[in-house]
Design a protein around this ligand. Structure first.
Ligand SMILES: Cc1cc2nc3c(=O)[nH]c(=O)nc-3n(C[C@H](O)[C@H](O)[C@H](O)COP(=O)(O)OP(=O)(O)OC[C@H]3O[C@@H](n4cnc5c(N)ncnc54)[C@H](O)[C@@H]3O)c2cc1C
Length: 496
């Protein structure tokens, strides 16, 4: 091992999943890492809070690939102590007055047949088109497979196989839950990769200890290996000399050979100072769009009411495009268009609640993430509360407390100007070759997290980014290569 004085110094800004992950990876690769976090706690949007002995997450969190995905791979590389709780079936899907349990991977042909005929109610004349679309989606195993579809809107992809309204409705609903943007805007390639991982890995799950256990496992590994984290220490400026990042200004100046920002693209632009960046880069980064937002209600219950790890309400009459239109016009969507996901994390990890109690987290879409939409969010929360109690009246008398969050909460937690769920939107014009490069025009300054470098859903995208960006940094430094950022033109939608 090299003495500390000979090690390269890396400063990482922000301890979201991406920032915490890359800190641990770089420390393990021989850097001397300092992680600076503006909050008093780690995790950014993947944080867990405590109230009356109940531990609840920022949002309504579940992982798609868990022990078989990038977060587990990262944990293995840094020898962290992250553990997963995988349940099978992982959710109950409620449609109308009926319900079906969702098995991991939904692999059995019998289940798929029942799903297609009872829930999707596939009409025989549309069956072949739907089957072909499904086969294409789940056959998308690698980024190379996804590449021809990256820059096509998901709706256009579906149109090429079928105009079946119920199939479109189902894909639109699933896209909203996974990528958190309308399927008219989502990248088909990104959706296909996420969906095929979900089927192939069959590991929808919850991390033991709540979502904060993910960044905490990485930070523990960072500290064990000699790195350091300082909380409540916001970075005010990234210091640039001769086109190169040389450190950051926080409570004092911290010198660095490499600076990695998990603060998001907009914030990073302001920390660097636009005068240090090419105008075309600033213009492109400022024009990027963010994922939609969510409102949530955490119900602290005095006794267990639900037996499943998660309950999703699916109404084939839901028109999400109409719901998005309503929200954009400043209206609360109609009841039927308000999609509800109820997670019951204490059924996966009983230690999240005091003995004999239960925690239920409810989620619905809050529309575009810009904070000027805030007046609508309280009204959506009221509607969400009413709809849940109407669907689950048995819950009402057991509610000890409701904790409500709006996109303003996620913006505050992540230190961003928008209350997006994911980070950068996985739109057809912002993924694959159009995704911002983790390298910036400032030498030795990189982006990490859901802004750049990764693929997948939410926290898994942030973990994937940490894995890939750490490798890029090591390669760039080993070859003394320039940290070139590749500006690619925005691709027009293409047809398959
Ligand atoms: C309601 C909701 C539900 C969600 N559900 C799921 C789910 O079910 N499954 C899933 O996988 N994902 C889910 N997500 C998404 C997931 O939480 C995020 O995509 C992911 O955590 C983003 O990680 P990140 O690394 O990009 O950074 P962020 O979480 O954005 O973290 C950025 C960090 O940088 C810090 N920072 C910012 N500026 C500074 C500064 N100047 N100095 C120091 N520190 C700074 C912030 O304080 C923060 O800690 C959900 C999110 C929300 C809001």
């Amino acid at each position: 091992m090299k003495p500390d004085s000979e090690k390269r110094r890396a400063v990482v800004i922000g301890s979201g999943v991406g920032g915490a992950g890359i800190s641990a990876l770089l420390q393990r690769a021989g850097f001397d890492v300092l992680l600076l976090e503006r909050n008093a706690y780690p995790g950014g949007k993947a944080s867990t809070f405590e109230q009356d002995g109940f531990f609840y997450d920022t949002g309504v969190h579940y992982n798609a690939q868990g022990p078989n995905g990038p977060l587990a791979l990262l944990n293995q590389r840094v020898q962290g102590d992250l553990q997963w709780r995988v349940k099978d079936p992982y959710a109950r899907l409620v449609y109308g007055d009926k319900a079906i349990d969702l098995p991991q991977g939904m692999r059995s042909l019998k289940f798929r047949y029942e799903f297609a005929t009872k829930i999707l109610k596939v009409r025989p004349r549309n069956a072949l088109g739907i089957f072909r679309a499904y086969r294409k989606i789940v056959g998308t195993k690698t980024e190379k497979d996804a590449a021809p579809y990256d820059n096509i809107p998901l709706k256009d992809f579906c149109d090429q196989y079928t105009d079946d309204k119920l199939f479109h409705g189902y894909i639109s609903w699933f896209c909203m839950l996974g990528l958190c943007i309308p399927y008219t805007e989502a990248s088909a390639g990104e959706f296909m990769l996420a969906m095929s991982n979900y089927v192939e890995k069959a590991s929808v799950c919850y991390p033991k200890g709540g979502f904060k256990a993910i960044p905490e496992a990485y930070i523990k590994a960072l500290e064990r290996d000699g790195g350091k984290v300082i909380y409540e220490n916001p970075v005010k400026r990234i210091v640039v000399k001769d086109g190169k990042a040389v450190g950051v200004e926080a409570d004092r100046f911290y010198e660095a050979d490499v600076v990695v920002s998990n603060a998001g693209i907009q914030k990073t632009l302001s920390l660097v100072g636009e005068e240090n960046l090419p105008q075309e880069y600033v213009k492109r980064m400022k024009g990027l769009k963010y994922s939609y937002s969510a409102v949530t209600i955490k119900y602290l219950l005095d006794k267990p009411v639900f037996s499943k790890p998660s309950i999703v309400h699916y109404d084939p009459d839901t028109d999400l495009v109409a719901a998005y239109r309503d929200i954009e016009a400043g209206k609360v969507p109609e009841d039927k268009d308000l999609t509800i996901w109820l997670a019951i994390p204490s059924n996966s990890d009983p230690y999240l609640v005091p003995p004999g109690k239960q925690l239920t987290l409810a989620f619905t879409m809050g529309g575009p993430p810009e904070l000027e939409n805030a007046p609508l969010w309280d009204k959506i929360l009221d509607r969400l509360d009413k709809k849940i109690l109407c669907l689950h009246p048995e819950m009402e008398k057991h509610i000890i407390r409701r904790i409500k969050t709006t996109p303003k909460t996620s913006a505050e937690i992540a230190g961003r100007e928008t209350g997006d769920i994911i980070g950068l939107a996985q739109r057809y014009d912002q993924v694959g070759r159009n995704k911002p490069s983790p390298a910036t025009p400032v030498k030795n300054l990189y982006l990490v997290g859901c802004s750049a470098g990764g693929r997948g859903i939410g926290t898994e995208q942030a973990g994937d980014s940490a894995l890939k960006v750490s490798e890029k940094i090591l390669k760039d430094l080993a070859t003394q290569g320039s940290t070139s950022w590749v500006e690619s033109p925005i691709a027009a939608p293409r047809s398959t």
